[in-house]
Design a protein around this ligand. Structure first.
Ligand SMILES: O=C(O)CCC(=O)C(=O)O
Length: 266
């Protein structure tokens, strides 16, 4: 599968760029066509089944360091299963969001991670977090972007991703000594939108989430405060993700474990 099932950003690139810069995220409604979404979902379900079977009854803790190369439990009942671009059968430069990625991170932007995150029915909301910390004290354009693709309709009750609008401008621990990098990146109960503006005149960033139709993409700055909401529905909620970084940006807090589910003692 290549870009055949995708719609291009085209003339809305300027608008997407502006929203990304001001709000730290942009919602691209109906960005992927049904056949493309169905393909991503098929691959994601197959891979999830394989990984779950191989994991068997072994217990797995919460967080990147407590997981395996093939699966991380991001919060109770929320599973992150990496799937490479070739396993998905896609090429990054032909994906519909590539123009926005290249515009924001440079045409030499690198694919860093991709996969599926699914949350089980009844799983709770995550703690607020960012995906990687600011790298300079002065505000710069993003060093990394995430794209999340709704693999089916996701009503609010199913727990889409929630954002703190504009918080990418407030999560800079190199500028605000009240903030601790690890507490922002690793889900920590003291991290929430109000904390970012404590002791200042700044407004609390607005919490915002949207019901998503299948194929809608959420594109967000790695430094934006966000969290997956609780899944109060009776069904699994699945989103595919594709992450990109500026050429040369190396840090990896996403997959820290070297243990494999396919190795004895893993
Ligand atoms: O499940 C989601 O909507 C977001 C997941 C997420 O942000 C994470 O696990 O780091």
């Amino acid at each position: 599968m290549n870009d055949k099932g995708a719609r291009a950003i085209g003339s809305s690139l300027d608008d997407a760029r502006l929203r990304l810069s001001n709000d730290g995220f942009v919602v691209l409604v109906g960005m992927c066509e049904a056949s493309f979404v169905a393909h991503l979902l098929d691959v994601a379900l197959d891979r999830s089944r394989e990984v779950t079977e191989a994991l068997g009854s072994r217990s797995i803790g919460i967080g990147s360091a407590a997981g395996f190369v093939e699966v991380v439990q991001r919060s109770p009942g929320r599973w992150d299963i990496p799937i490479s671009l070739s396993e998905f059968g896609v090429e990054d430069q032909s994906l519909p969001w590539w123009p926005l990625v290249a515009d924001t991170l440079g045409t030499d932007a690198e694919h860093s991670f991709s996969g599926v995150v699914y949350s089980d029915p009844g799983s709770p909301a995550q703690c607020w977090h960012i995906d990687s910390p600011h790298v300079t004290a002065e505000h710069r354009s993003p060093h990394a972007l995430n794209i999340m693709v709704a693999l089916h309709d996701i009503p609010l009750a199913m727990g889409p991703t929630e954002f703190a609008r504009g918080s990418h401008q407030l999560t800079n621990h190199l500028q605000n000594s009240r903030l601790v990098s690890d507490e922002l990146v690793y889900q920590h109960e003291t991290t929430f939108p109000e904390q970012l503006v404590a002791g200042s005149q700044d407004e609390v960033p607005e919490r915002i989430s949207y019901p998503l139709t299948a194929g809608t993409c959420l594109v967000f700055d790695d430094r934006l405060l966000h969290r997956g909401l609780g899944n109060d529905s009776a069904n699994r909620r699945s989103v595919a993700y594709f992450a990109y970084r500026q050429s040369g940006y190396q840090e990896n807090t996403h997959f820290e474990s070297q243990r494999s589910i396919y190795r004895a003692g893993g």
